[in-house]
Design a binder for this molecule. Structure first.
Ligand SMILES: [Zn+2]
Length: 292
């Protein structure tokens, strides 16, 4: 995104660093991310949009897809691998080679709509994985849980009228991307929360609104849009979550997955920009996912 931008390669290095420091790293299986195919992307993005991203990819310098979303000469490749990671994770979990998976990827995805880049996001990685689970693996009920501090407007736009997909989302409101408060429906469970929301209020929202909806929906697989910018140390927004809240919410999602979905979970990194808090929060999340 250019120098000094918070959505930077240092984010993935901070995650690796904390995975090493925690001692978790040797106990996890690692897979390199393949490039997503055009066919996989076209399940959730329009042909026109995919063509425009390919055409915009610069040979040098930065090309802006929207005021917040720039491409450099390497961005297209990274974005293809980010989406491809979620597809591979979906395959490995569906084939029972993995219990669950966390995709350490960037650029993030949940603001990208079917025909529009937005908010640092080029392809909607989680949506590409969900569409793969439905169309390639034949699932008929898939849930996405999004605890990034921003509303996943792209994910909502893509699945708003698709009742096979439930989206449960908590987000700061009013705040970027300035939508989601009134656009939900029976399978889009949007929970706008005010600036200053702490772990107590977040857990009440999850317990009161997400979990009953998920119980009713009985998903066959769960995906997590795992953004960690709701952490109290992250000044991108004004929520006050801590590592313990990420452990707790991950355990709740795991319990739903174990009851209804044979434990199948694929989690993908979205936001999280305070590098120390990001590294620690991802470790907390992976500890809960793996049970280590
Ligand atoms: Zn975010």
């Amino acid at each position: 995104m250019g120098p000094h931008h918070p959505e930077s390669p240092a984010r993935l290095r901070a995650i690796d660093d904390q995975l090493i420091a925690s001692g978790l790293l040797p106990f996890l299986q690692h897979h390199d991310a393949p490039l997503a195919t055009w066919e996989q992307l076209a399940r959730v993005h329009t042909q026109d949009y995919l063509e425009s991203v390919r055409a915009a990819s610069p040979a040098q310098g930065l090309a802006y897809l929207d005021p917040d979303t720039a491409m450099n000469p390497y961005t297209l490749n990274a974005a293809l691998r980010a989406a491809g990671a979620v597809v591979l994770a979906t395959d490995l979990v569906m084939e029972r080679q993995l219990e669950n998976a966390f995709c350490a990827i960037r650029p993030p995805g949940h603001h990208a709509e079917s025909g529009r880049a937005m908010g640092f996001c080029v392809f909607n990685n989680i949506a590409v994985g969900v569409a793969h689970a439905i169309q390639h693996h034949g699932l008929s009920r898939v849930a996405i849980v999004d605890f990034d501090v921003h509303h996943g407007n792209g994910t909502e736009e893509i699945f708003h009228d698709d009742a096979r997909v439930m989206l449960c989302s908590t987000f700061q409101h009013p705040f970027y991307p300035h939508c989601g408060a009134g656009s939900g429906n029976d399978h889009i469970i949007n929970v706008p929360l005010p600036a200053g929301t702490d772990g107590v209020a977040f857990r009440q929202a999850v317990t009161g609104l997400w979990l009953p909806a998920l119980e009713n929906f009985r998903p066959e697989m769960l995906f997590i849009s795992a953004g960690f910018d709701a952490h109290f140390e992250d000044d991108m927004a004004m929520f006050r979550l801590r590592e313990a809240d990420y452990i707790w919410v991950t355990q709740q999602i795991k319990a739903v997955a174990e009851k209804h979905a044979r434990g199948r979970i694929v989690s993908a990194l979205e936001g999280g920009y305070e590098l120390h808090a990001l590294g620690r929060s991802v470790v907390a999340h992976i500890k809960a996912l793996s049970g280590l």
